[in-house]
Design a protein around this ligand. Structure first.
Ligand code: AMP
Ligand code: ZN
Ligand code: ZN
Length: 408
């Protein structure tokens, strides 16, 4: 009799225990989203990267991460955050002119960067905060702005000089705080690799050293996560926003030799150059560019290819030039300065070019181990994070089905 009672008691205790541990397992793991700006899909082959290699061995790597067009930093980080194409966020370039507001957005203009009116759609930190999950952004495009009247629980004003390890230390604190502000979703951002690529070219020692610094940061991150008991219950997503291509003095497109610059209201220079002609000059400017179309493509805004997902926004200029890979669109004023600054590299080109693809690695309890998958578009990452966090996504252009292949 006694023995039976003991068995029943043991049964009750163990059922209770299993129930409790099930409850713990059903709580979604934490997610850490990390961006290394300008880290091309092939950069891991440039030098030894033991820490990235070990993340890949225990996780999943994509052959490439396809950016949105233009393959610039701000549109891409914001499309990753929202799962929306640029024409649906209004974040159509790093530099933008809004003809309705008659105002410019520049990434060096703090007031504009922190002004939520520029940022359409719903960033992931808002989606999660609305559903009771605390978030912390150790830099991310848009996270310094008041969007939908909200901000992450923890966020920082962008400071390029803040040391890499200190960024990790701050995020570790946010994720382990015992109070009611404990963060379950955090971001980290590093510009080092992009900066060195622009200044010295993709094959420079400076880029190799920046890749090695990024790799050491991943070693430090792992150590800190292990020490803070975060390693086994955190899904880590490592991305970049775009790749990089070298420029040269023999790949120039002199805009002022093709059209009369006096016919223009403004020019938004870059591998994608936006041209706003003066009233009544659009057809003439377009025809001149069309008849000289060599080493670039030119489109009237309304004829932009659908795959660019760009034409349905007022911040896109009336005529768009897209330079061929590695070509620079400029005028006489800038030519000497440009040539003197070589070797250098840039991005912003057609997002279907392999050289514009970024890298993608994911590691953690929900991701496959030791698998490689094909390239996919970065707009799916918003849905992926919602899936990992067990939250309801806002309407987006991405889909979880496109990235299910990453998951166990
Ligand atoms: P890009 O011109 O497209 O190469 O832009 C990359 C630059 O954006 C980097 O040099 C960063 O320093 C800068 N950047 C990234 N995030 C921010 C931010 N939140 N605020 C201001 N600048 C930023
Ligand atoms: Zn970038
Ligand atoms: Zn850049």
């Amino acid at each position: 009799m006694k023995r039976r009672a003991l068995t029943i008691l043991l049964l009750i205790v163990s059922v209770g225990f299993i129930g409790c541990s099930n409850q713990q397992q059903s709580h979604p793991p934490k997610t850490l989203l990390i961006s290394f700006d300008g880290f091309g899909h092939d950069y891991l082959q440039k030098t030894a990267t033991p820490h990235f290699d070990s993340l890949i061995a225990g996780g999943v790597q994509a052959e490439g991460l396809i950016p949105v067009f233009p393959s610039k930093t701000f549109p891409n980080h914001y499309s990753i955050a929202t799962g929306l194409y640029p024409e649906n966020t209004g974040f159509v370039n790093n530099t933008m002119y809004d003809p309705k507001w008659e105002e410019w957005y520049r990434i060096s203009d703090r007031e504009a960067v922190e002004d939520g009116r520029w940022y359409g759609g719903e960033p992931i930190w808002n989606t999660l905060e609305k559903q009771g999950i605390k978030t912390g952004t150790m830099f991310w495009v848009g996270s310094e702005a008041d969007i939908q009247g909200m901000r992450p629980t923890h966020w920082k004003t962008y400071d390029d000089d803040m040391p890499g390890k200190a960024r990790i230390d701050t995020v570790m604190k946010w994720m382990t705080d015992s109070g009611d502000q404990t963060v379950d979703f955090a971001t980290l951002y590093y510009s080092d690799v992009d900066t060195k690529g622009h200044r010295y070219g993709t094959d420079s020692d400076s880029v190799k050293q920046a890749i090695e610094r990024a790799d050491r940061l991943m070693g430090y991150l792992k150590d800190q996560m292990m020490a803070n008991d975060l390693w086994s219950n955190t899904n880590i997503i490592i991305v970049s926003d775009h790749g990089m291509v070298d420029l040269s003095a023999d790949k120039l497109i002199r805009l002022d030799q093709i059209i009369d610059m006096d016919d223009l209201e403004r020019v938004n220079w870059g591998p994608m150059t936006g041209i706003q002609p003066k009233e009544g000059e659009k057809e003439e400017v377009y025809q001149a560019l069309k008849s000289a179309e060599e080493n670039y493509r030119v489109y009237k805004k309304e004829d932009l290819p659908e795959r660019y997902h760009l034409k349905n926004h007022r911040r896109v200029e009336d005529i768009i030039m897209v330079a061929d890979l590695g070509y620079t669109i400029l005028d006489e004023d800038y030519q000497d300065e440009f040539i003197e600054s070589l070797p250098r590299a840039t991005h912003g080109y057609d997002n279907n070019k392999k050289a514009m693809q970024a890298f993608f690695i994911a590691h953690g309890p929900d991701f496959k181990e030791g698998e490689k998958v094909g390239a996919f578009q970065n707009i799916h990452i918003y849905e992926l994070i919602n899936h990992l966090m067990d939250t309801e996504p806002a309407p987006s252009d991405g889909s979880i089905d496109s990235v299910k292949v990453l998951l166990k």
